[in-house]
Design a protein around this ligand. Structure first.
Ligand SMILES: Cc1cc2nc3c(=O)[nH]c(=O)nc-3n(C[C@H](O)[C@H](O)[C@H](O)COP(=O)(O)O)c2cc1C
Length: 191
């Protein structure tokens, strides 16, 4: 099981970067191979069909597509911007959706969000499900939302609340089991 994981935030001190790093650790501990990408690797221009028609799909989008194709499953941790997910991520999804064959079709995805707010970004995940499911991605019904994320990490980068850490580990394990089943690769752990 190979997983592409990234935080949909560009800032160095991103809370979602911290969260996806922990999800990646949990996935490795569960036996997965993780490609932990930096969202800057997929910096791409704003979608413009004239650009697509004249210059084709931008190289950073093709790179994202290659990395999605190499993976059996995806984990995305996203900030919540104005009750939804960031335009940078929507832009990336829009470009990817123009590529044929479209690599998100049939993929399996686990969504996470970290926010300093009490709601923890959960609202944006419901929006993010929509384009992904519209494109044929199986999005795990269980989603992870980390409230008060500015206070949630210790200096070692771990979650200070053991219950939140346990939930993350359990959800990542559930995701890997589900992805194994959906991708037709039942893990040895599942028999
Ligand atoms: C443009 C903008 C809009 C935001 N809107 C929300 C919001 O609707 N809900 C929320 O919980 N946090 C909101 N925030 C705060 C972000 O959750 C916070 O900046 C978070 O740390 C961003 O994620 P990151 O640390 O991974 O970059 C907003 C931040 C920005 C810059």
């Amino acid at each position: 099981m190979k997983i592409l994981a990234f935080a949909a935030s560009l800032r160095a001190a991103s809370l979602n970067r911290k969260l996806i790093a922990l999800a990646a650790d949990a996935a490795r501990a569960a036996g997965a191979e993780v490609d932990l990408a930096d969202f800057h690797e997929f910096d791409m221009p704003l979608y413009d069909q004239d650009v697509q028609d004249s210059a084709g799909i931008p190289e950073p989008c093709l790179e994202l597509c290659r990395r999605i194709e190499l993976a059996d499953a995806l984990m995305i941790s996203t900030p919540e911007y104005n009750f939804s997910f960031p335009g940078t991520l929507k832009n990336a999804i829009d470009w990817v959706s123009r590529v044929k064959p479209m690599p998100l079709k049939g993929q399996v995805c686990y969504l996470l969000a970290a926010s300093p707010s009490l709601v923890g970004g959960l609202r944006c995940l419901w929006h993010l499900r929509q384009p992904l499911e519209g494109l044929g991605t199986f999005v795990l019904p269980t989603m992870y939302s980390l409230p008060q994320a500015d206070k949630a990490f210790g200096e070692d980068g771990q979650l200070v609340d053991p219950k939140r850490a346990e939930t993350l580990t359990a959800q990542v394990q559930q995701f890997i089991e589900t992805a194994n089943l959906l991708r037709g690769k039942v893990s040895s752990a599942a028999g």
